[in-house]
Structures are given as C-alpha cells and as structure tokens.
Write a protein that binds this ligand. Structure first.
Ligand SMILES: [Mg+2]
Length: 250
C-alpha cells in the first residue's frame, strides 16, 4: 500500500491568518497535514531567516505549530526538523491578498514556498484577492487541492508555483491560466510625520496603485477572472544580459 502523503502548510499571515484554516481543512483528505506558521503576521518578510535568536516551536492543537520566526524559518524547521522523516509537498498560504508581479520579491508567502523548493521539496504559494478588504477563500482552497494532487504525482525535481486567485466566489472564477509575472506599481511615497517628542518618523505605506495590464501575465489573468499559475525559478540570473556584461570593461 502506498504511504500516506505528508504535506507541510506554512504561511506569512501567522497563526490567526484567515486563510490558514480553509487551507488545512481542504488539504486534509490528501494525507497527513502539518502546519507551522509564524506566531504573528510576517507579511512582506520576504526570505528573512532568523539567525541570531533562538526559535521556539509551540503546539496549538493537532497538526498545528507556531514559531517566533519568519515564513522561511517555518519552511526550514518543518522540512529539516519536524517532518525530517519526509515531506512530499509544501503549500504556503492561503495569503490574505494577492502576490503578483514584483510582490513575489517581498512576499513571505512566496519565500516560504521557495525555501521549501530550495530544500528539494515541491512547493506552491497560494494567494487570495480581497474585495472590500474581505477574502472568500473557497475557490483558493479548492484550487490548492487540485494543484496539490498534481504535484504529489511528481515531478521528483523541485518545482515552485505561484498561484493567485481572483476576488470572486467559486462559481464566478472562469478557470486558470499559466502565465508569467506581471508588473505591479506601488506609490512611492514615504510618509514623514513627527512623533509626540518632535522627532521625525517614517511610514512606508506601499499602497498598490495599479498593475500594467500586459497580456500573458498574472495581473491580466486575475483581472479577467482567471486563477493565475506561474512557475518560478530559484536562480534569478539574467541569462540574456550575461554576454553583454561579459563584454564590459570594468
Ligand atoms: Mg501575508
């Protein structure tokens, strides 16, 4: 008989992230699901690793643990310690809000999945769009199951997928498209204020302004009502620029 599949769930929205429970419940029929998440929200933590303080792993009920660390820490502790006897798949999310285009550079959700892929485990990051600040996680949870079922069949080599689900009820989602990353544009304002002692402080709002609607990208697919699926590479080398830079005289 085939061994039960072992799935690690991580996120960056933390223990109280609203996409965590729908994801755990949806994946449960596929195998043994273990979740390790940050004890508090660490959105936009990117690929930060905790190297200079001890990490504590605390149980919060069956199959659920929190650590005082980052999303990438969760993936490492999960793969290298808690589930060291074997992990078949890592699912990161469901994030509250999209991670499209250049968001993937900042995203803790994507970083946790990419850390898993770097450790040799197939991984997918799943993010849900919000409408009026609210998320409907049903379509994302159902699609996460479909992706998980596919990834559990192989390939054996590491694979990293980034999935974004439009802010729509499941019946209104048109389907899915495999697309490249788009371009998301943020306002570039840094708010400068004064604290009660008269000293300046800064607040980086990073408010999303718009995405360029380029065809074949995650932004245009999601805008048209499709779930976007983007395979991500772990090697950011600009291969096209290599010969050009090699010809420069430094
Ligand atoms: Mg988040």
């Amino acid at each position: 008989m085939a061994r039960e599949k072992r799935i690690l769930v991580v996120n960056d929205d933390g223990l109280h992230g609203e996409g965590l429970a729908p994801l755990r419940e949806a994946l449960a029929p596929l195998g043994k699901v273990t979740a390790i998440v940050p004890e508090r929200e660490r959105s936009a933590a990117s690929h930060c690793l905790t190297l200079h303080k001890p990490l504590r792993l605390k149980p919060h009920g069956p199959g659920l643990y929190a650590i005082n660390g980052t999303p990438a820490d969760c993936a490492r502790i999960g793969v290298l310690h808690l589930m060291r006897s074997g992990v078949d798949l890592v699912v990161s999310g469901i994030n509250r809000g999209h991670n499209m285009g250049s968001d993937v550079i900042y995203s803790g959700t994507v970083a946790a999945a990419s850390e898993a892929a770097m450790l040799g485990v197939p991984a997918v990051a799943v993010s849900q769009g919000l409408k009026g600040g609210k998320g409907d996680y049903r379509a994302a949870a159902a699609f996460a199951v479909r992706v998980a079922q596919r990834l559990l069949k192989g390939p054996k080599r590491p694979v990293l997928l980034n999935v974004n689900v439009p802010a729509l009820p499941p019946e209104s989602v048109k389907g899915w498209k495999t697309v490249r990353l788009g371009e998301r544009l943020y306002d570039q304002n840094v708010a400068v204020r004064r604290d009660p002692r008269g000293d300046h402080y800064f607040w980086m709002a990073g408010r999303w302004v718009r995405g360029r609607d380029l065809p074949g990208t995650d932004i245009s697919a999601v805008r048209a009502g499709y779930i976007s699926v983007t395979p991500l590479a772990l090697d950011p080398t600009d291969v096209a620029a290599l010969p050009k830079v090699a010809a420069w005289r430094f």
